[in-house]
Write a protein that binds this ligand. Structure first.
Ligand SMILES: [Zn+2]
Length: 430
């Protein structure tokens, strides 16, 4: 382990540390950030009300909207001059949400990233290719600093220029890559078109993927295409970036770094905290962030806390299930909530399905109509395509509760992206 003392700390000591850090965080936020001060007063709570970890629920929750409203520096708990870094969240329209970092913040972030990368098998001296974007997005620099902290040789390619990515992997003997799962599929296709055999010509045997929801089925596909062990990593710019939680070699859920964060799962409708194994929205509280402490931040991500004792990997930190989706990326089709991941898990089990799919939703009279576009794994004759579509239809119905139209299309006919894959095309909004 990268930090054995921290990663295997007994639960009692971990909780004691969490309470100390929580009280410190809340006191500082209340004293230094007018936004928190006002919010707490409106809810008739003060830092003195936090005597146990269970008292956390007394505090109000915040969301991305609060960050947007306080753009750019309204959430700062330290003087502007103490900040050494800025990032902004990706994919938002209008004003971005900004996060600031002190030197200590960057160091803590590197620490949780180094732990996560070590847990996924990265070692000193490995060549580690970082394919997420560098810049305001936290992906590139997050993996970069974590990899350097660990002592790996970071190859900072950033996103895009896929042919160069593959050439560098081959020439440098890259051992591990970081990125987005759908980009790993895209790279596999490009490598194929370059005549590069991922098993024989490359030494990439580990991959760590985050920033989008990817199913176990997709994981198996990537693992076999690349001959690679795949790991999930979770995070968000508000909690430093990627690395708030990450998957261990047991491959049964992801560990949240409890000494830096408190995780809660709530019912997104009522806001009530739900029990272990119950699914809901993840709410996170930062325990070590200086520049922008986040108290009960609603992530919109859906998961559940796993009711397991000590993990077989030896770590004691809380485990959650891999992220199922975002509460706002489910699409409503005639009133039924559909998550792309549900469809993906069915598709990727089928060996005749290729590398890409898309859900298209449109109006058909008064009703919604959903079509699942599925790329076949090779060119199929009409009859074979019909057979594939009817076998997918049979498997999808019990998962969704209704029967979407299934359209099997040739390989590479759905538009590719070098960022997050576009899984839903909602034509109703036009
Ligand atoms: Zn574990």
């Amino acid at each position: 382990m990268w930090n054995k003392a921290a990663e295997t700390m007994d639960r009692r000591s971990l909780k004691k540390l969490q309470l100390e850090r929580l009280r410190e965080t809340v006191t500082k936020a209340y004293g230094a950030v007018p936004f928190y001060n006002k919010l707490f007063k409106e809810h008739h709570v003060s830092p003195d009300d936090i005597r146990t970890l269970e008292d956390l629920v007394k505090l109000p929750m915040i969301s991305k909207i609060d960050l947007r409203d306080n753009y750019p520096y309204g959430m700062l708990a330290v003087p502007r001059g103490n900040c050494v870094r800025i990032h902004a969240s990706s994919g938002t329209t209008g004003k971005p949400t900004l996060v600031c970092y002190t030197k200590e913040d960057v160091s803590n972030w590197s620490e949780v990233m180094a732990r996560s990368l070590f847990m996924a098998g990265l070692r000193r001296g490995d060549a580690f290719q970082v394919t997420p974007g560098y810049g305001l997005f936290t992906g590139g620099l997050g993996f970069h600093y974590g990899g350097e902290r660990l002592g790996a040789m970071v190859v900072p390619t950033g996103t895009g220029n896929t042919i160069r990515q593959i050439n560098l992997m081959r020439d440098l003997g890259t051992n591990m890559i970081a990125g987005i799962a759908s980009y790993a599929l895209h790279m596999a296709e490009v490598a194929g078109s370059m005549g590069v055999d991922l098993h024989k010509d490359l030494q990439v045997r580990r991959g760590i993927f985050g920033a989008e929801v990817w199913s176990d089925g997709l994981r198996k596909k990537i693992a076999s295409l690349w001959d690679m062990d795949c790991y999930d990593i979770y995070g968000m710019s508000e909690m430093y970036g990627p690395g708030a939680a990450s998957e261990c070699s047991a491959h049964e859920g992801i560990h949240v770094w409890d000494d830096h964060f408190i995780i809660e799962v709530i019912d997104p409708e009522t806001g009530e905290v739900v029990g272990p194994e119950e699914e809901g929205e993840i709410v996170m509280t930062s325990l070590t962030k200086e520049a922008m402490p986040m108290i009960r931040f609603r992530t919109r991500d859906l998961s559940r806390i796993l009711d397991v004792g000590k993990c077989s990997c030896g770590r004691t930190h809380t485990k959650i299930a891999r992220i199922k989706g975002r509460s706002d990326d489910g699409i409503s089709v005639n009133g039924v909530k559909v998550f792309p991941g549900q469809v993906e898990s069915v598709l990727m089990r089928n060996p005749d399905v290729g590398l890409n799919y898309q859900l298209v939703v449109e109006k058909s009279g008064a009703l919604d109509k959903m079509t699942v576009m599925v790329e076949a794994n090779g060119t199929l004759a009409d009859q074979a395509a019909r057979g594939l579509s009817s076998s997918i239809a049979k498997e999808i119905r019990p998962v969704l509760g209704f029967s979407p139209e299934i359209r099997v299309v040739p390989p590479l006919s759905i538009e590719r992206s070098e960022g997050k894959a576009k899984r839903v095309l909602d034509l109703r909004k036009r």
